[in-house]
Ligand binder design. Structure first.
Ligand SMILES: [Zn+2]
Length: 252
């Protein structure tokens, strides 16, 4: 969360960080402006430059620049065994994977132009999360990948809830994700829930924080029933634990 205090004369504030566009929104009294932003799990640890542009009603602009250090995180490594079709998909399966990619690209290209969330984000299930974000994993001794979300231990059929209010922009089965629900929270911020046994929402539906989205399961590339929950901001995958720790109750 980036916060700018005492900028009540600004009519618009935007900026750039790590090659991504920052879109600020004002508090109700217009004196404080906020932007949610984060560092992708694959971003190298190095100093970065944050640029902010304040636009005023007389068409002048004031630029702010700040250096932000990105420190290394320490991630675990893991070895997993899944069905071979998730490591070496056949031509038909590759076609489905390509079609899924197109659907996802469309979904992530159009986020609402204002925040759709309100208050702090909450965990999608009551069961405990694992510290699985960022884990470097090898599937079947062949495929190396980075785990870009947080796994929750959830027995089959656990009700999965919306982490905050937003629009359901994807609610359908995908090859790797299984039955998947994506919520757009606005300004490029999404939460993704995967591997459902049943989806109870439809694309285009508006949900409030805590609304049921479906039941957890073991569909897609899994080793067993659990909930995979991911936070995406623009094209970056962020640590969900960090979003859940943010106190946003006074922000909007
Ligand atoms: Zn996962």
């Amino acid at each position: 969360m980036i916060r700018l205090n005492e900028v009540d004369e600004a009519v618009r504030i935007d900026g750039e960080w790590l090659g991504r566009k920052l879109q600020f929104f004002p508090s109700r009294d217009h004196r404080t402006w906020f932007a949610l932003a984060g560092v992708d799990v694959e971003n190298p640890a190095a100093p970065s430059t944050l640029q902010i542009h304040l636009h005023f009603s007389n068409n002048t602009t004031h630029d702010l620049t700040q250096t932000i250090e990105i420190h290394p995180a320490h991630y675990r490594t893991g070895v997993l065994t899944v069905s071979p079709k998730f490591v070496e998909p056949d031509p038909d399966e590759l076609k489905q994977i390509a079609a899924d990619s197109e659907i996802k690209a469309k979904v992530f290209a159009t986020s609402a132009a204002e925040p759709l969330w309100s208050g702090s984000f909450r965990a999608p299930v009551h069961s405990p999360p694992t510290d699985s974000f960022g884990t470097r994993r090898t599937f079947n001794g062949k495929l190396a990948s980075i785990h870009k979300g947080m796994d929750f231990r959830a027995p089959l059929g656990t009700v999965v809830r919306a982490g905050n209010s937003g629009a359901v922009v994807l609610a359908r089965p995908l090859y790797y994700e299984g039955n998947c629900v994506v919520i757009d929270h606005g300004l490029g911020l999404y939460t993704l829930s995967m591997h459902f046994s049943r989806i109870d929402v439809h694309e285009g539906q508006h949900v409030s924080a805590g609304d049921p989205l479906g039941l957890s399961g073991a569909t897609g590339r899994v080793t067993g029933p659990h909930l995979h929950w991911a936070v995406r901001w623009q094209n970056a995958y962020l640590d969900p634990a960090k979003l859940l720790r943010l106190n946003l109750s006074s922000v909007r």
